[in-house]
Design a protein around this ligand. Sequence first.
Ligand code: AKG
Ligand code: FE2
Length: 341
Amino acid sequence: MSSYVFNGYIVTPIGPCSFGAEVSGINWKQSPLPDSCIEALVLLQNKYGVIVFRETGLDNERQVRFASQLGELEMNPAWGGTKRVGTPYLFDVSNIEDDGSVVKKGSRRWAHSLGNALWHTDSSFNQHRSKYSLLLAHRVPGETQTVTEFADTRQAWKDVPEEQKVELRSLIVEHNLWHSRRLASPDIYQKPTEEEQRLKPGSYHRLVQKAPNGGETLFIAAHAKTLFTGEGKEVPESQKLIWKLIDHCTQPQYTFSCEWLSAGDMIWWDNRQSMHRASPYSEAMGPRDVRRATVYDDGDNAFGVKVPQSVQGCAPLSVIVPSTEEGALSVIASTSTILKG
Ligand SMILES: O=C(O)CCC(=O)C(=O)O
Ligand SMILES: [Fe+2]
């Protein structure tokens, strides 16, 4: 697709139907970026859902500063204070252990990461969901090609037959981290511990939501465990319907694959209007150092909906939504061993 210039940046659309674009021409040495630059980039993000920047030269500090210009940052509950990445504002989604070795097959962290290879949206299992993720590569494995794939839930929803849309619009979806972990690693996550369940009890959101461009979009992911009617009743065989929708959204006409070419590459996606999945860990893969900043949603649907009546009393209601750094750090202290993976 041909490139064009917007606000002085070169924009090259990637996928069909305005989904995904590579944007170049940003002066990443400026930190923070000027407000006019942020405004222009958000306009592009709203349009394309996924923006790819090549060879930004960013480091932790400037990545975090850029992300925080886009909204409040989620803190990583697995950050233990002395970890490899060195800041609670970044999620370490690399395959590298704190001692520099590559994560070993069969470890809990390996199993946890396999969940990222299922189609998902980040943090949808939190009652306060996230809007953006910004994943920066510090190192890519030279010998193995790695990609992140993206699916356009806006366009996929548009193409759902009109007669099915009416009922789907009324549904509520429960997203649960342990559900996707169990799907990816049934042996290790067959039964999450009580502590794990307490810390990430699941969240409830509308299945069909408004996208930033005003159109509708699906809020679906491998984390999606159960569907409920608007009256709070469980939909029979909801897993079947959930996977039908995920399969629908991930057909080739709605997806594209982005290869990580070099350190400094950064992909910025909107979790409210896309899904993504990683290349699964493999034993052949060399060190791949990628770190993610995650920005809380601040829109009308940021906090989802109430727990449906049929699960009230069964599901823990305490949702961890620290609004201050102090609060988040105490959560981090109590969760670091559980979610370390
Ligand atoms: O490693 C990747 O390519 C993507 C990982 C992922 O799902 C994430 O950072 O949210
Ligand atoms: Fe992810």
